[in-house]
Design a protein around this ligand. Structure first.
Ligand code: GLA
Length: 370
């Protein structure tokens, strides 16, 4: 029995290697342009899903944790930090010589309610919240000092109209919560790159607000290494000109641009808001899940062309872009199967549910000739 299992394992390994070996690797194809990465879940970095772990090792040279470093996971209760999975994530990245990203320290979402409250459930004071923020950042960033190379320090602080988002951080601490977050992160690891990360920066008003914010932080002495453009896109939005203008506008401030959460939604959007607001949640309906039995050729073609156009823009800006990270590894584990409608069949990435490269993979790798 043992021998048979071993033989099966070896055969499966050889088949897998042959299959993977036949493909070029994104990290090699784009090596001289920018890093290419993916957001990982625990089945990938703990390697219980060996197919996807293998794919990640072969294809990517930078990784982001999809959830395990968010406040609710790593610091679920006052005084209680749980680093079990985050440690595994960082070990996986080190073992495979990857540029390891930390995501994310200060965000209004996936942060437990207690963070913003006192013992009676009333809003915490500015002093208490600042002390909590400092403790959180020093503990989490400090633990991985010198190992996690770049941090999304603040995520999504700007509203659609370009004003600062009315988050509990802003309401309780005031506008300098941003400055403080970057100061604490720098204190915890002076060598780490510090980023600002957001979605819909391609839209004029929001972009203007984020540009103002970055300039202000720079004037206050904060060294922002890069702005992360999340890149939760669909077939129409953003236009090539919007994306192009956005990358140029941030680069002019002397910061790098990272595409941090790239995916391309081909499913119908039920509401007006097409941005990546994670709190959206619409009721499911058959017409909202049109491709549950597979993606028709025409839609596959549209996705492929759209990916090729986006990567052509990224390549034009290769001197300004440090990294392009997909939000997920294969279509099967993308958050877009459950957002903004639960239980759909989504096709937003360049590897299909079996871990096979899609036509979009061939189209983007074909853009690089040297
Ligand atoms: C935002 C966050 C990510 C993730 C995505 C959706 O963009 O920055 O951490 O939650 O939404 O999964």
């Amino acid at each position: 029995m043992k021998i048979i299992c071993k033989a099966i394992a070896v055969t499966a390994g050889v088949l897998l290697a042959a299959r993977l070996g036949a493909q070029p690797a994104l990290k090699d194809v784009f090596e001289k342009k920018f890093l290419v990465g993916a957001a990982l879940n625990p089945t990938q970095f703990c390697e219980s899903n060996s197919l996807e772990a293998g794919l990640v090792k072969r294809q990517f040279n930078t990784i982001t944790p999809e959830n395990v470093l968010k406040w609710e996971k790593v610091h679920p209760e006052p005084g209680l930090f749980d680093f079990a999975l985050a440690d595994r994530y960082v070990e996986f990245g080190e073992k495979n010589c990857m540029f390891i990203i930390g995501h994310t320290l200060v965000w209004h979402s996936q942060t437990p309610a207690w963070v913003f409250q006192d013992d009676q459930g009333k809003p915490a004071t500015r002093e208490v919240l600042l002390a909590r923020m400092r403790d959180h950042i020093l503990t989490v960033v400090g633990r991985y000092r010198g190992r996690i190379k770049g941090w999304d320090v603040v995520n999504e602080a700007v509203a659609e109209d370009g004003t600062l988002r009315q988050s509990p951080w802003l309401k309780i601490i005031g506008e300098d919560f941003l400055l403080k977050a970057y100061q604490f992160a720098h204190e915890a690891d002076p060598e780490a790159e510090l980023y600002y990360n957001d979605y819909s920066l391609e839209n004029r008003a929001k972009r203007k607000g984020a540009l103002t914010l970055i300039k202000k932080l720079q004037a206050q002495g904060v060294r922002i290494a890069a702005v992360g453009i999340q890149g939760h896109y669909n077939l129409e939005w953003p236009s090539a000109s919007k994306l192009d203008a956005t990358i140029s506008a941030f680069a002019k401030l002397g910061v790098k641009v990272n595409i941090t959460e790239l995916d391309l939604d081909v499913l119908p959007h039920p509401g007006r808001n097409v941005a990546a607001d994670v709190s959206l949640n619409y009721k499911s309906a058959a017409k909202l899940n049109p491709y549950r039995n597979g993606l028709p050729e025409s839609a596959q073609q549209e996705l492929t062309e759209r990916y090729a156009k986006l990567f052509a823009i990224f390549l034009q800006h290769r001197n300004e872009i440090s990294r392009v990270t997909f939000w997920g590894v294969t279509d099967g584990n993308s958050w877009l199967n459950d957002w903004p409608v639960a239980g759909r069949t989504s096709y937003p990435l360049v590897f299909d549910r079996a871990g096979q490269p899609k036509p979009a993979f061939a189209a983007i790798t074909a853009l690089v000739h040297e």
